[in-house]
Design a binder for this molecule. Structure first.
Ligand code: IMP
Length: 446
């Protein structure tokens, strides 16, 4: 990023989520006025470590930890009112006040109790044929209602509760009948309880609600700087991910425009966050997976357990094929490579540099899940390094074998690495000498 460029930036995950986007957004925040969520919901889990304190955020943008920044939850996000209020209250208990600095879109859709119930029923019901392994946060059913329109509830509906209430009574009744029929059990949904709790939540949310599209368009027009914070990961994208084992929203920088309510020309820099190895939670194809003691070792070393669900993550070697695919799809301009420290101590470190399907080399992941399940990885092996790198401050100080590995990641993905993370804390970050990054470097060391 040169000095003359004053663009807006988007941070996205290049894999299946959990790449460490929260830490990168928190670091980059210093250079921006707004931090904006544009997709997903409480399925996301962003962990931000500040000093000895660790904050796990799900719906709130990581910017809320910086009260002088405006944090925005855009119209593309699906909001569980009780979950977002719980997060706000949890932060307040730890001395982080969320007030004027949080703006919530009046057009965002509401995750209702019946969405969460449907998500759980669909995952636990054997006859539904093939569960996705969702986070059970009601994300898919809420986006499905958004597309269906007639049964959807938006944040602006909550602001006009008297007109919503009769419609809600009909929706809840229809959901009870529908879910009972589909899942063959008597589903209990107490409409009075739902309405009372939603009414209370709506009253508390009111002060945060506004037309965030207009707010951000004005911010762009007046030269304020915006950081867009992607949730989940590119390979979980509803259109381009490993379908059907994906989430229900657009997870790349291409979804910033609809999900935040700004023009498609807004984002000029895209930071693709990815780990030095690969992980996945939930079901679905994972070509470079290591179902052996090496995978177990990565899980233990990297503490690879879900922030949102606590599930152990599946682990494997870095997959250059899908990272290249994700970077190209989302217009990624620079890479933040996370968890390099986790790879210390391996005799050899592997990288999946190619795919073979039915005896043929292929360069991109095939569309059909059956084909993707049949793909065999082509691994390249590198000599490992034994040194602890968690306090290394510059690329030059890294062990030669680690540098060689980073250079191969860059050449295989085709995008420069400008940030290398060697631990959870802000100070454990090697930052390239680019404009915004240098500012961040100064801020992190001050
Ligand atoms: P859903 O988003 O809860 O519907 O889950 C769909 C799939 O996406 C499941 O495999 C989840 O484990 C996965 N998923 C959704 N959000 C995240 C995330 O932020 N990190 C990792 N996996 C996620």
């Amino acid at each position: 990023m040169s000095n003359s460029e004053q663009g807006h930036t988007c941070v996205v995950g290049l894999a299946w989520g959990d790449e460490g986007k929260g830490k990168i957004v928190d670091l980059l925040c210093e250079c921006y006025d707004f931090v904006v969520r544009f997709n997903g919901g409480a399925n996301a889990g962003h962990t931000v470590c500040i000093g000895d304190e660790s904050f796990a955020l799900h719906l709130l943008p990581s910017g809320v930890l910086h009260p002088e920044k405006t944090s925005v939850v855009g119209p593309g996000v699906v909001i569980d009112p009780s979950a977002i209020l719980e997060e706000i209250d949890g932060l307040a208990k730890r001395g982080v006040r969320v007030g004027e600095n949080l703006r919530i879109s009046d057009r965002a859709h509401v995750v209702m109790p019946y969405h969460k119930l449907e998500d759980q029923l669909s995952e636990s019901s054997a006859q539904q044929g093939g569960q996705i392994g969702t986070t059970a946060r009601g994300i898919g059913p809420c986006y499905a209602d958004k597309m269906r329109r007639t049964s959807a509830v938006r944040i602006c509906d909550l602001m006009n509760f008297d007109s919503l209430e009769p419609r809600l009574r009909e929706i809840v009744c229809a959901k009870r009948v529908g879910l009972s029929a589909v899942y063959g059990q008597d589903v209990v949904l107490d409409v009075d309880v739902i309405i009372a709790s939603l009414r209370a939540d709506a009253a508390r949310l009111k002060s945060f609600v506004t037309d965030t599209g207009v707010l951000l368009q004005e911010a762009v027009a007046t030269g304020r700087r915006i950081l867009f914070e992607g949730a989940n990961g590119t390979l979980l994208d509803i259109d381009h991910g490993t379908y059907p084992y994906v989430t229900s929203s657009g997870t790349t920088a291409n979804s910033v425009a609809p999900g935040a309510g700004v023009s498609a020309r807004t984002v000029s820099h895209v930071v693709g966050v990815t780990k030095a190895y690969a992980t996945r939670v939930g079901r679905g194809p994972f070509v470079s997976e290591l179902n052996n003691e090496i995978g177990d070792h990565i899980r233990t070393q990297g503490n690879e357990f879900g922030t949102t669900t606590g599930r152990p993550r599946r682990c494997g070697w870095f997959d250059a094929v899908v990272n290249r695919y994700s970077a190209s799809l989302g217009g990624v301009t620079e890479i933040a490579l996370m968890h390099l420290d986790t790879l210390s101590g391996f005799d050899e470190v592997g990288m999946c540099v190619g795919y073979r399907l039915d005896g043929r080399d292929i360069t991109t992941p095939p569309a059909h899940v059956d084909q993707l399940e049949r793909v065999e990885p082509v691994f390249e092996m590198f000599p490992g390094w034994s040194e602890d790198v968690s306090r290394v401050g510059t690329i030059e100080e890294l062990p030669e074998n680690a540098k060689r590995y980073l250079r191969r990641v860059e050449s295989a993905v085709g995008v420069p690495i400008t940030i290398v993370s060697v631990g959870p804390e802000r100070s454990q970050t090697i930052i390239g000498a680019t404009c915004a990054m240098t500012e961040v470097n100064d801020a992190a060391s001050s």
